[in-house]
Write a protein that binds this ligand. Structure first.
Ligand code: CAA
Ligand code: NAD
Length: 305
């Protein structure tokens, strides 16, 4: 691996090559919108099966996009975009020539830090690193890397389903350089998304407001106040939400929601977030333990084909 030394810590190149780690719900979506915006994308995961799952998600979503954008040539449209995506389980190879790494693996600070610490040694010095974390401290993840890389490290938070949701939150840590922030803003716009920025605080903007609402909905069912079906109907028809909280919980993944709550529980000790918001919920833990993770596993609060 070439490890070039840069004279300034601020230099960044125009982003052409994107590497995405994690071929799950989010990583597949990010790889897809990257490829649709003309970037050369490498999608990496730990097993071939996970990569296959990712490519499946992408193919399904692309045929949905093609039906609208290119109804006369769905095949051509899809294969043209798929051409921009390569896959590999070799993490070192995946980053050796990359301009931007976006990590969308499991919501665990340890696993994320291990991955970035490894990648820091393998990627070009000017490569920007970004995490799609929902709730963890971007600064704590970035500290697994060298000081120079920390200037090129930020949070880049997409929303599920990535091809349809227009928002991206860009999170600057105190170490993130202005050039890095601007490069991420530019590539986000190229992906046809609307960026907002937020400090490196638990849950940033959307999840800080959304996750306590989702958790409170589960508590409501635990207390026996109403059924998931009625709560969903109420929030859809009474508050105009596109999906009620239980459809959304199943869509996001109950494991991911549970990791977010667990991570925040630790932060509640230091007062970063209020304790009441993240009190453990037996029903959530039970479903996760039973492998009922939501739509991606076929069952969560609801059942899926
Ligand atoms: N791939 C490509 N396009 C998709 C898609 C996919 N997987 N899913 C939806 N779309 C597109 C549709 O093609 C359609 O496009 P047009 O408007 O151009 O026709 C549009 O999105 C709306 O889709 P539909 O009409 O089929 O269905 P809908 O109106 O029921 O919308 C939805 C589907 C966009 C998912 C909507 O239900 C919704 O917004 N749900 C809430 C999603 C949400 O809140 N996401 C955030 C989760 S929290 C998070 O992500 C953060 C975290 O860290 C946990
Ligand atoms: P997912 O469970 O669908 O996929 C995670 C993928 O990461 C799996 O394919 C797994 O094999 C892979 N993985 C695990 N460890 C890895 C490693 N060391 N190297 C490479 N790949 C590895 O999860 P998801 O819903 O896509 O969430 C991914 C990240 O995005 C999490 O940090 C999550 O908090 C965040 N996020 C999720 C949502 C959502 O709605 N689900 C929205 C925004 C952000």
């Amino acid at each position: 691996t070439v490890h070039r030394h840069l004279s300034t810590t601020s230099q960044v190149n125009k982003i052409e090559k994107l590497t995405v780690f994690g071929a799950g719900l989010m990583g597949a979506g990010i790889a897809q919108v990257g490829a649709q915006s003309g970037l050369k994308v490498i999608l990496s995961d730990v097993t071939d099966k996970a990569l296959e799952n990712g490519l499946n998600i992408i193919s399904k979503s692309l045929s949905r996009v093609a039906k609208k954008k290119s109804p006369d040539d769905i095949e051509g449209f899809t294969s043209n975009i798929l051409k921009n995506i390569e896959t590999t389980t070799d993490a070192a190879k995946a980053v050796q020539d990359s301009d931007l790494v976006i990590e969308a693996i499991i919501e665990s600070i340890k696993v994320k830090r291990d991955l970035f610490g490894f990648l820091d040694e393998k990627a070009k010095a000017e490569c920007i690193f970004a995490s799609n974390t929902s709730s963890l401290s971007v600064k704590e993840i970035a500290e697994s890397c060298s000081n120079d890389r920390q200037a090129r490290f930020a949070g880049l938070h997409f929303f599920n389903p990535v091809p349809a949701m227009k928002l991206v939150e860009i999170i600057k840590t105190p170490q993130t350089s202005t050039e890095t922030f601007e490069a991420l803003k530019e590539v986000t716009l190229r992906m046809n998304k609307s960026p907002v920025s937020c400090n490196d605080t638990p849950g940033f903007i959307v999840n800080r407001l959304l996750v306590p609402y989702l958790l409170e909905a589960i508590r409501m069912v635990e207390r026996g106040d109403a059924t998931p079906e009625d709560i969903d109907t109420a929030m859809e028809l009474g508050a105009g939400y596109p999906m009620g909280p239980f459809k959304l919980l199943d869509f996001v993944g109950l494991d991911t929601t549970s990791y977010i709550a667990q991570g925040w529980r630790e932060k509640a000790q230091s007062g970063e977030i209020s304790k009441e918001l993240v009190e453990p919920i037996g029903l959530l833990d039970k479903l996760v333990k039973e492998g009922k993770l939501g739509r991606k596993s076929g069952q969560g609060f609801y059942e899926y084909d």
